[in-house]
Design a binder for this molecule. Structure first.
Ligand SMILES: *Cc1c(COP(=O)(O)O)cnc(C)c1O
Length: 420
């Protein structure tokens, strides 16, 4: 919630903790999450969707820190996973396997086996070959794998091309026209139990119309399945609801999302499954960094900070915007500057359009809305240890992932005998 991130007595705070105190204690860069915001943003989403009464499966790939997953697991939330690694994390965090859906185009047989063993809600199958593999694995185990087929509705979500997933040209899902044939086969397979239909059209979606069209297509398709004698229980409409990165952004409220779901599915006998990621965690975390140098170049002013594209990839990957504020509240005149990291790449820019008051070396800056697709996309590029992650709880803060050490950087690397 916005009030978990604000200035108090001149210091930018997460809940009741000044980020400067955290920076002094654990170093920078560091991700800081608010437990209260995680709770609050989830409650807004859940309350808004009360009349839909969906199974909410948090999309783990948005932020997979164990403490974040634990926060949801304790509230009884389900999980949308895309790998065996995410399954492992969810189980470590005490998540309920019966509320896990498993998405992704490239599940291995090992991952399938582990997920069947765990007893997940269903697999979102993305190709006919995957279906055959899953059938084989399940039969060998003497079990039936619950399956939804991810259909590709060929709908443009009007978002960044890199995060559009429901267009005909995308690698995701099975073309909705070809999907019926896949369901007919699935219904005959001894290791498969058909339970639902699924779609996920993209991320950071602001326009409700593509969702409306998708849900309509899914509901219609479910009806066609019924006519074929294939009865399903679940319609999974994926995730993708957008959030504010700029103050002037106006993403749809989850209540408006609920309205279109109700409109398209009321009276139908299906349980709705949702896979929200960004909308639950995006505004529940910030990245805290420290200014290293100010560099006045002829064309512009650069602020060189100690966080780079290896810590927060979104600006470099999608040209994404993140607002940046000084930790010390400063009412002085603002000036345009480019905030850049230390990585040796031209695209290592955290904001090309920051508006900041006069800051200098040693000052702490806060990069907002970094809770989703932040730490999870971080890497060791340029041999930079990954940052630590902190969770704030009222007046307390806790390290929920330690900063990597130099030893961590070379862990597992070996120099073979012939080089000794
Ligand atoms: C990434 C992803 C989501 C979550 O998307 P958000 O935009 O973060 O809500 C949901 N489902 C699938 C299959 C995904 O790949």
């Amino acid at each position: 919630m916005w009030y978990d991130f604000q200035y108090k007595d001149g210091q930018y705070c997460v809940e009741d903790v000044p980020v400067k105190d955290i920076a002094d204690k654990v170093g920078t860069p560091c991700y800081v999450y608010s437990n209260s915001a995680l709770d609050g943003d989830f409650e807004v989403f859940q309350d808004s969707l009360e009349d839909v009464d969906p199974i909410i499966c948090y999309s783990v790939k948005a932020n997979s820190n164990l403490a974040v997953l634990r926060t949801y697991a304790r509230m009884g939330v389900g999980f949308d996973i895309v790998s065996g690694g995410e399954l492992y994390r969810v189980l470590q965090a005490g998540g309920d396997p019966a509320k896990i859906v498993f998405s992704g185009v490239g599940k291995t047989k090992d991952e399938m086996r582990t997920a069947i063993e765990a007893g997940i809600l269903f697999f979102n199958v993305e190709s006919f070959e995957e279906l055959i593999a899953l059938d084989e694995v399940a039969k060998k185990m003497g079990k039936k794998a619950p399956v939804s087929v991810r259909v590709n509705p060929d709908i443009d979500p009007n978002t960044h091309p890199y995060i559009s997933t429901g267009l005909k040209k995308s690698k995701f899902g099975i073309d909705i026209k070809a999907a019926m044939e896949v369901y007919r086969s699935a219904a005959q397979m001894g290791g498969i139990e058909v339970v639902g239909v699924d779609s996920h059209i993209g991320s950071q979606v602001f326009d409700l119309d593509p969702f409306t069209q998708t849900i309509r297509k899914l509901a219609q398709f479910a009806g066609e399945l019924k006519n074929e004698g294939i009865e399903i229980q679940y319609i999974d409409i994926g995730g993708g609801l957008g959030i504010n990165y700029r103050e002037e952004d106006s993403p749809p409220h989850p209540k408006e999302y609920a309205e279109i779901i109700l409109r398209e599915t009321s009276g139908l006998p299906y349980k709705i499954v949702l896979e929200p990621g960004r909308v639950l965690v995006g505004n529940a975390g910030v990245l805290v960094t420290r200014v290293l140098y100010i560099k006045e170049a002829p064309s512009k002013k650069f602020i060189v900070v100690d966080a780079g594209m290896n810590d927060l990839l979104r600006p470099a990957l999608y040209g994404a915007y993140h607002q940046i504020l000084p930790a010390d509240e400063n009412f002085g005149d603002v000036e345009s500057a480019e905030v850049v990291g230390p990585v040796c790449e031209t695209v290592d820019v955290l904001s090309s359009e920051a508006e900041l008051p006069d800051v200098g070396a040693g000052d702490v800056l806060v990069i907002l809305s970094a809770g989703a697709y932040g730490f999870v996309m971080s890497s060791n590029y340029n041999s930079r240890p990954r940052s630590c992650e902190v969770m704030v709880y009222g007046e307390q803060f806790h390290i929920v992932r330690e900063r990597e050490t130099l030893n961590d950087l070379v862990r597992g690397e070996l120099i073979p005998d012939f080089l000794k």
